[in-house]
Design a protein around this ligand. Structure first.
Ligand code: ATP
Length: 578
């Protein structure tokens, strides 16, 4: 929790107001038993109504002030906690946005969601608790002890005994419940992961009739969480009756011993009643502290998990100074790989090994090879989704690690393997490439991407709403919209990661024809499975098990690259090969 204290600083004036109100509330609450004792001793015992009425009025006023403070504290504390929780969510989200794929792999999307929601909720809850009780409980506890001892020193041992019993109960509770909180949050992560996977893969689950299996998996995660939560909450629930038992036993003890003192004339009945109330206040303050002790460890587990995200230094960072414009005479858009090797974080084996090539502006460089040969990995290194483990990648003649990510990404139009769309209209999605793009630009990009026809067929055209995850457009349409989005950006470098795979041959050919004039000055990098998509490329890089098996044009490779020839023979007719 202490690691998150900086979030409290922004609310210091409100926190001070809470503390002032709490002090006033504690003072009011502490004076009430005194008023009561006075009324009983001097008013009730003497049957003096003229004394009772004004004294009772004063007592009522003090009680009202105390109640007013309680309400105000509750309101301000809730506002502070909600504000802190909002600030935390903002910061965690902003941090996660800066994560590279390595950090996503490390935390996992489900855990990041739990941390942004459930864990921050825990902090919000405990913040309210802390603000309401952290100052009040000690004032009430210590003030109660002073007042109670003042009323009857000889009965103080009863309170000490009750406090010892309560401390014992808290200690036992603490040792049992504490270690389990960490496990609870992990189980929440797991439940979220299973839920997410099941929801995303619902169609596949149904098609394979695996609902039973998924339900069993969900049941198991749900049962484990329920079991542990029930265990923990049973202990927490047992605390209240135990405390009540201690409080009631204490009241009986005070009445038992107090009545003897009253009988002997060494104590007034009003003082005995005040003593009972002070004793209750002391016990209540211990109860509050113990509740905080129960909630604090859970919140500190959550705080640790949030802090882990906030302090996680992304593997990919911006350089101290951005050298993106210092490429000298290199033509803008040139992409060069110099002896690049890469292994995924945590893996020993390199997925791509010693890759060197230059992709020039005005040319198309294509990558082909069997699945898993490292094509996507290779092009993901250009926008720095990962950093190369060895060698250098240069864009515009400058190492990508020496350019700010913003400047680098500005130069790149990236179309991922799986089209990704966001909720909003089609126009909103296309403007992701350039917020300022006018309607004509959107139309033109859509036309090149062969998306205009299907957009215009929709009743709302470019204003058609895209459902969550692009659920209301087909796979091929999603890809075409992703391509149009990249075109709107008009970048120096286009990266198409197998982006034509969901298109039929006719659309693929039409798109490539329309794309050529549009991208004539840009560097185009295409990962493809189909030779027909890339055979006209100026340069084809053939990948085989992470290495370059050959570089050249279609013709050259057919002559001198065995791997390429095999791929070509499996895809092209004899006439096409000839
Ligand atoms: N995030 C990851 N962590 C660890 N290994 C990975 C990761 N992503 C891919 N790999 C591994 O890296 C290798 C290359 O994968 P990559 O996706 O680059 O191949 P590809 O040639 O693009 O394949 P495809 O044509 O099927 O898309 C594969 O063996 C794959 O298992």
């Amino acid at each position: 929790m202490t690691k998150l204290t900086r979030y409290f600083k922004a609310y210091w004036s409100q926190i001070l107001a809470v503390f002032a109100l709490l002090f006033l509330q504690a003072m009011c609450d502490l004076s009430l038993p005194d008023y009561m004792s006075d009324i009983v001793n001097n008013g009730v015992a003497a049957q003096d109504l003229a004394y009772i009425l004004p004294a009772g009025g004063k007592m009522l006023l003090v009680a009202l002030v105390g109640a007013g403070c309680t309400v105000a504290v509750g309101l301000i504390a809730a506002r502070i906690a909600a504000g802190i929780s909002r600030d935390l969510r903002n910061d965690v989200f902003a941090k996660v946005e800066g994560f590279s794929l390595a950090e996503f792999d490390r935390f996992g999307a489900s855990s990041l969601i739990t941390r942004t929601t459930n864990d921050i909720q825990q902090i919000q809850m405990v913040t309210v608790m802390l603000l309401r009780f952290v100052l009040y409980a000690p004032i009430q506890g210590i003030g109660g002890v002073i007042k109670a001892v003042g009323k009857s020193p000889s009965m103080s041992w009863l309170i000490a005994l009750a406090v010892l019993v309560i401390l014992g109960v808290i200690l036992v509770l603490f040792s049992i419940v504490l270690p389990r909180f960490k496990v609870v949050q992990k189980l929440v992560d797991r439940l979220n992961r299973v839920t997410r996977e099941s929801l995303v893969g619902m169609l596949v689950i149904r098609a394979f009739n695996n609902q039973g299996h998924e339900e069993a998996r969900f049941d198991e995660a749900n049962r484990d969480l329920t079991r542990l939560n029930t265990f923990v909450h049973r202990f927490i629930a047992a605390m209240m009756p135990t405390m009540m038992l201690v409080m009631n036993a204490l009241t009986v003890g005070i009445v038992w011993f107090g009545s003897h003192y009253v009988d002997a004339g060494s104590m007034q009945i009003g003082d005995m009643m005040a003593f009972i109330q002070y004793a209750m206040q002391i016990i209540m303050s211990f109860l509050m502290v113990s509740m905080a002790f129960v909630l604090l460890p859970r919140a500190s587990v959550s705080a640790e998990r949030i802090n882990e995200v906030l302090t996680c230094e992304p593997a990919i960072r911006d350089p101290e100074s951005d050298r993106s414009g210092e490429g000298g005479n290199t033509l803008p858009g040139t992409v060069e790989f110099r002896n690049v090797s890469f292994a995924y974080p945590g893996a020993d084996d390199e997925v791509i090994k010693n890759i060197s090539f230059v992709a020039k502006p005005g040319q198309t460089t294509a990558f082909i090879g069997s699945t898993g040969s490292g094509k996507s990995t290779l092009i993901n290194l250009i926008p720095r989704f990962y950093d190369a483990t060895e060698g250098q990648i240069l864009v515009d003649g400058v190492d990508v690690r020496e350019q700010s990510q913003h400047a680098l990404h500005d130069k790149i139009g990236y179309v991922p393997q799986k089209g990704v769309l966001f909720t909003g209209t089609i126009a909103d999605n296309l403007r992701y490439g350039d917020e300022e793009a006018g309607e004509e630009e959107l139309r033109q990009a859509a036309q090149v991407a062969q998306a205009l026809d299907f957009i215009e067929e929709k009743p709302d055209g470019f204003e058609t709403e895209i459902a969550q995850g692009g659920g209301n457009v087909s796979g091929g349409q999603k890809q075409r919209l992703s391509i149009a989005r990249a075109l709107v950006k008009k970048p120096e470098v286009y990266i198409f990661d197998d982006s034509f795979s969901a298109l039929d041959f006719k659309t693929d050919a039409a798109l490539r024809r329309a794309l050529a004039p549009q991208t004539k000055d840009a560097t185009v990098l295409i990962v493809a499975q189909r030779i027909s998509s890339i055979m006209h490329a100026e340069q084809i890089v053939v990948m085989d098990d992470g290495r370059i098996a050959g570089i050249g044009t279609h013709r050259e490779l057919l002559e001198n690259c065995e791997v390429y020839r095999e791929i070509a023979q499996s895809q092209l007719s004899k006439e096409e090969l000839a």
